[in-house]
Write a protein that binds this ligand. Structure first.
Ligand SMILES: Nc1ncnc2c1ncn2[C@@H]1O[C@H](COP(=O)(O)OP(=O)(O)OP(=O)(O)O)[C@@H](O)[C@H]1O
Length: 327
């Protein structure tokens, strides 16, 4: 179990993490969601003792990471998949990790098998694709068979097959009763992987709830098209509903948070013909962007309110949990 209490980190004038408090429970995947620059990596680094909090505390199984006995047996982490000596084979990389953490080397072939790397175990890790490197990173995280796992943006750069594989893998780890925290800036991805969400923006907590609760905040829009649009508009207004001209300029009206039944009944009561009456729900990404609006630090090139967040590497890019203690 992971606990974060009043966790704060400032870098000069930047409040990267701002008084965060939440818990991560075992037996389910918890998504740690936030736009780029929200403070996810910084929070995870503090959980792993790689950064010191300015205030507050992050504990794993009730203790600071640095006080954990045999940390690799309690916590596994994947922060930067490319952190492997390029000339070492996957097997020798894991053997070195095992040896330096007092883990029997017999575990190495087991975890290579678990992540599907047995066939390339003797190959140099420097030649691995990103997907293979992610698997090797996962193998390293699992080496000590830990009950707590932290993954920072594990699907970044993976192909669709790799994404499906890693999703299933994380869910299987949680189903074994482990505590699994996975960060991402993509709500749709998280809604397919996680059961619970901790959402942050500009270092602050925005939501701590089930995926279901979070996505139910999506607004419903009703679109209605009629040859008697002006009459319909009047009738809807008289009934206390707020209709606006359709955003695409078509001869239709849009209404928020009403049902198609309400609109259809009003039209029928006023003998107004309808040519279309349809309802739609905002996409998950729209909900996420609305809730985190104003808290996006990096904007991509695609423009929109939050844009497609760019993958600008943070200053933490070169670091990794070395499992041998803090750096
Ligand atoms: N070592 C550092 N020195 C200065 N500022 C930092 C450092 N590490 C992080 N920051 C800043 O802290 C804020 C949070 O960054 P962080 O990388 O934790 O966010 P994130 O949610 O993980 O985003 P991303 O998905 O882009 O990695 C950003 O403003 C970032 O520039």
């Amino acid at each position: 179990m992971i606990n974060v209490e009043g966790l704060t980190k400032t870098y000069g004038p930047t409040r990267a993490v701002d008084n965060l408090t939440f818990g991560v429970k075992p037996g389910m995947v918890t998504g740690f969601l936030g736009p780029n620059g929200a403070g996810k990596s910084t929070t995870m680094r503090m959980m792993l003792g790689l950064d010191n909090p300015t205030a507050g505390r992050a504990t794993i199984n009730g203790q600071d990471y640095r006080s954990l006995k045999d940390p690799l047996r309690q916590v596994g982490a994947l922060l930067d998949a490319k952190w492997v000596h390029p000339n070492r084979s996957a097997r020798s990389h894991l053997r070195w990790m095992a040896a330096s953490n007092g883990i029997p080397t017999t575990r190495v072939d087991q975890v290579l098998e678990d992540v599907g790397l047995s066939a390339v175990a003797g190959k140099k890790a420097g030649g691995f694709s990103l997907g293979m490197s992610q698997r090797l990173g996962l193998a390293g995280a699992l080496l000590g068979d830990p009950g707590v796992l932290l993954f920072d943006e594990p699907v970044n750069g993976l192909d669709p097959e790799g994404i499906v594989w890693i999703r299933k893998f994380m869910r299987a780890l949680a189903a074994q009763g482990r505590t699994v925290l996975v960060s991402s800036h993509l709500l749709t991805e998280m809604s397919l992987t996680a059961e619970h969400l901790v959402v942050i923006g500009q270092g602050r907590l925005i939501a701590d709830c089930s995926v279901k609760e979070f996505t139910s905040q999506a607004q419903r829009t009703v679109t209605v098209r009629s040859p008697q649009l002006a009459q319909l508009h009047e009738a809807l207004t008289r009934a206390g509903l707020r209709a606006t001209p359709a955003a695409d300029g078509s001869p239709a009206l849009s209404l928020l948070d009403v049902t198609t039944d309400q609109v259809g009944d009003i039209a029928a009561a006023n003998a107004i013909a309808l040519h279309e009456l349809s309802g739609s729900t905002a996409s998950l990404e729209e909900v996420f962007m609305t809730l985190t609006a104003g808290s996006v630090q990096y904007h991509g090139n695609s423009g929109g309110p939050a844009g497609q967040p760019s993958n600008a590497p943070g200053p933490h890019g070169a670091n990794h949990p070395n499992h041998g203690g803090p750096q």
